[in-house]
Ligand binder design. Structure first.
Ligand code: DGL
Length: 257
């Protein structure tokens, strides 16, 4: 069984990608909704939550963990791996490498939570993969909360998206990395502003392929799916149609936990 977790709804975008490549695996999705958002929390706090969620998922029988959250991966994936050396742990990090490799203008941007934006790990990714490319790191405070509360069409969010994206386009940035899994659900308003002037880079499919490589026997599970949350689990189910995640809704066979 694969345990997939995030601070809230964002990681469902990764779960959707996992279901495509590992359809027969069993899944537990855990949303830490009692503590969302992670983006404005300290590294120590996020690490403590990630370790607690890892323990809980392993207690439920998970034999692989997917941190479907850039902020959690950035802060704590090393600690989580060290705590469970026998369990494969797949993380998600902003797609600096594919963006830098494919940019024609040699200018890219990363949209991320405040915690990811200021992290050493993101700085390291940029040093490693984007030395010959200009990189703008754009923290987007509040965006994950708009997604979490399903206020995707809120005019204040639309205005904030425009205010952050238009200057990037004016600077001829042609790759914009979605460095937070919640932002996958903001693709429609982002695309409306960006048009064909830049491409969004989302690495959910690459994360799913990495999980497939490490899956072993999990590939042959019975295809069960359960959604759990640290607060208001029923909100996860209710959110699925708003996020166009019918394929997840159809797969759920256990009640919320
Ligand atoms: N979905 C998360 C990420 O990928 C975190 C959003 C948040 O809780 O601030 O970074």
């Amino acid at each position: 069984m694969i345990g997939v977790f995030d601070s809230g709804l964002g990681g469902l975008s990764v779960l959707a990608a996992l279901l495509k490549v590992l359809p027969k695996a069993d899944y537990v999705y855990y949303a830490d909704t009692a503590h969302v958002p992670y983006g404005n929390k300290s590294e120590a706090f996020i690490t403590q939550r990630v370790l607690a969620i890892g323990d809980l998922l392993i207690d439920q029988g998970c034999t692989m963990l997917v941190a479907a959250c850039n902020t959690a991966t950035t802060a704590a994936v090393h600690t989580l791996r060290a705590a469970h050396p026998a369990i494969p742990v797949v993380g998600i990090e902003p797609g600096i490498k594919p963006a830098a490799q494919s940019s024609l203008t040699r200018r890219i941007a990363v949209l991320a939570t405040e915690a990811t934006a200021r992290s050493q790990r993101l700085a390291g990714l940029i040093r490693e993969y984007a030395t010959d490319v200009e990189v703008r790191v754009v923290p987007c405070p509040g965006w994950a909360t708009y997604v979490e509360t399903l206020h995707l069409d809120d005019p204040a969010l639309q205005a904030d998206i425009r205010a952050r994206i238009e200057p990037l386009l004016d600077q001829e940035i042609d790759r914009i990395v979605l460095g937070c899994t919640h932002y996958s659900f903001l693709k429609p308003p982002l695309t409306e502003i960006i048009g064909d002037r830049a491409q969004l880079v989302d690495v959910a499919d690459a994360v799913a392929r990495q999980a497939l490589r490490l899956a072993g026997d999990i590939i042959q599970d019975s295809g069960r799916l359960r959604l759990c949350a640290s607060a208001n689990p029923e909100r996860l189910h209710a959110a699925l149609p708003h996020l166009h995640l019918d394929q997840i809704a159809k797969r759920i066979d256990d009640p919320a936990c």
